[in-house]
Write a protein that binds this ligand. Structure first.
Ligand SMILES: Cc1cc2nc3c(=O)[nH]c(=O)nc-3n(C[C@H](O)[C@H](O)[C@H](O)COP(=O)(O)OP(=O)(O)OC[C@H]3O[C@@H](n4cnc5c(N)ncnc54)[C@H](O)[C@@H]3O)c2cc1C
Length: 506
């Protein structure tokens, strides 16, 4: 694995060691895949090496290497069939939820178990609740020092093999709590608790020897001591945990992409058609070059997001971007790699078919890429608001064309219909197809929102201005043709480039 310059020496040696470990156990992982046998022995070896503790702080027995350490491990172990899913689920089954929201007692109780390789899982999704995860129906009712949980979960990776289930349940039906996302609570539900059973195991593409299934909870008593965070804090616990989940899924497909490239390049160097290796065919080289570029960019994006998580910065947008980017390019890389290998690529005798299946699932698990794009858009818009500010543009005095201006005009301290119409008319000369935002208008007038609205409404009533509203609030304004006519004579709006002949102008 290529190490990044900002990694510590411990990260670098971890990467080196896990890589060698995976090379050693790969034959057994492939055997387990063909036999459809859950790779319990491999997971036990991963635990023996201490890799389950990569992201766990040292005081709880871990390596203290943060999200970067956990990503390094999952990248390497995901080269093996299915193993990455279980490693990821074990982390998501409480790792940073306990670190970030757990009490000291919970940290001491759960984290060392995690380090020793106890498997975990995360249970958010339900039969009727997928992307719209705020609608969780599984209910937890407080009774003294325990909660009684009733409901179902599905698509839980690690169902059955996991001992610990980081599960989210509804604890309030109060509409105000729901509106404020204070209606969910996180719990660690453990194998063996009365009423906690498996309902079904799915047959899922890419999950040939790894269980994913449905859980049934019939009045399961869960001690208060297993509640993670406060009652009503579950949404926060879940949303923050999704950042880690997305970083881990991103790192997981790095391992599979690396295996894909290894297979396709080494195959193409040995396959002769038309008397030359198929890797020498330029179109195959272009495909491989694209694959390399996608892998490199995906790795940068992932470890940048992990670094932000580790340095305590807000990483929601970065984790979302790498989850979408990496899983999308992993599918593209998988499809193209099969094409480069031809018929052999489609067989199970090379790893590409299995990897493509795993990559496809990764576009859905951890939140679908469509849902995550909405997060990127909404949060990115806020996070990058300064970058998206419209530049102040004016009409150039000589050229007559719109040009960016560093100088803001002096704000007018008074507003009336004529001055507001004049500003909107000037904006028409610069941005004829656009409305002006409230912020744009407040750059021109040093007046209160109430004063501004009063004049805008007066102009609207005379049909001199067209307004756009969000709910009741006026957000955008534009002069109508009548408004432009009232503000200036027609010549004021005319402009022609010098090459247009006078005789062609009417
Ligand atoms: C193999 C596998 C493993 C999984 N592991 C786990 C696990 O361990 N724990 C767990 O809790 N869950 C797990 N999941 C569940 C996963 O998180 C959900 O499948 C995912 O969130 C989507 O929910 P859904 O399948 O119900 O699809 P739906 O929500 O029904 O969505 C169907 C389609 O509509 C689109 N869509 C939905 N809403 C919107 C919207 N607002 N805007 C745009 N498009 C939208 C989706 O993108 C999708 O294409 C796993 C899923 C799979 C397939």
């Amino acid at each position: 694995m290529e190490a990044f310059t900002w990694w510590s020496d411990e990260h670098k040696s971890l990467a080196d060691e896990v890589g060698k470990f995976v090379d050693r156990v790969m034959p057994r992982a492939e055997e387990a895949f063909w036999e459809r046998e859950f790779p319990r022995d491999i997971l036990a070896s991963i635990a023996e090496e201490g890799y389950f503790g990569a992201g766990v702080p040292k005081e709880y027995g871990g390596m203290g290497l943060g999200a970067t350490g956990a990503c390094i491990v999952i990248e390497e172990v995901s080269r093996m069939p299915g193993v990455g899913w279980i490693f990821g689920a074990a982390m998501l089954g409480g790792w940073h939820q306990v670190i970030d929201f757990g009490t000291e007692e919970q940290k001491k109780r759960f984290l060392p178990r995690m380090v020793k390789g106890e498997l975990g899982a995360v249970a958010m999704t339900e039969p009727a609740v997928g992307t719209d995860i705020a609608g969780i129906e599984t209910f937890a009712r407080r009774e003294g020092d325990k909660y009684i949980i009733h409901g179902k979960k599905r698509f839980v990776t690690g169902t059955g093999v996991a001992d610990r289930y980081m599960l989210y349940a509804r604890t309030s039906d109060d509409p105000e709590d729901i509106r404020r996302h204070r209606h969910l609570t996180g719990f660690i539900v453990e194998k063996g608790m009365p009423g906690f059973t498996i309902e079904k195991i799915n047959e899922v593409m890419g999950f040939d020897n790894v269980p994913n299934g449905y859980l049934s909870l019939v009045d399961v008593p869960v001690p208060l001591a297993n509640r993670i965070g406060e009652e009503g804090e579950g949404w926060r616990v879940m949303v923050l945990s999704l950042n880690y989940e997305r970083a881990l899924v991103s790192a997981q497909v790095l391992g599979t992409m690396r295996e894909t490239l290894r297979a396709v390049v080494s195959y193409g160097q040995r396959r002769i058609q038309f008397d030359k290796p198929t890797i020498d065919i330029p179109t195959n080289q272009f495909k491989v070059a694209d694959m390399m570029a996608k892998l490199k960019l995906a790795r940068l994006s992932t470890y940048y997001a992990a670094q932000r998580l580790d340095s305590g910065q807000d990483a929601a947008v970065d984790c979302s971007i790498c989850k979408v980017f990496n899983t999308d390019v992993a599918v593209e890389v998988g499809v193209e790699a099969i094409q480069v290998m031809g018929g052999d690529g489609t067989t199970k005798f090379y790893p590409l078919q299995r990897i493509l299946n795993e990559s496809k699932v990764a576009q859905i698990a951890g939140g679908t890429n469509e849902a995550i794009k909405l997060t990127i858009y909404r949060m990115g818009l806020k996070a990058m608001a300064d970058d998206f500010k419209m530049p102040h543009r004016v009409r150039h005095s000589k050229l007559g064309v719109p040009i960016t201006s560093a100088d803001r005009p002096k704000k007018l301290s008074k507003i009336d219909e004529d001055s507001l119409l004049a500003v909107l008319a000037e904006d028409y000369r610069v941005n004829p197809g656009l409305y002006m935002s409230r912020e744009d208008l407040k750059e021109a007038f040093d007046v209160s929102d109430t004063e501004l609205d009063k004049v805008l409404l007066a102009l609207e009533s005379k049909q001199l201005v067209r307004l756009h509203r969000k709910g009741e609030a006026i957000t955008l304004a534009k002069a109508t043709y009548e408004g432009l006519k009232k503000a200036n004579p027609p010549e004021h709006y005319r402009w022609f480039p010098p090459w247009v002949k006078d005789e062609d102008i009417f």
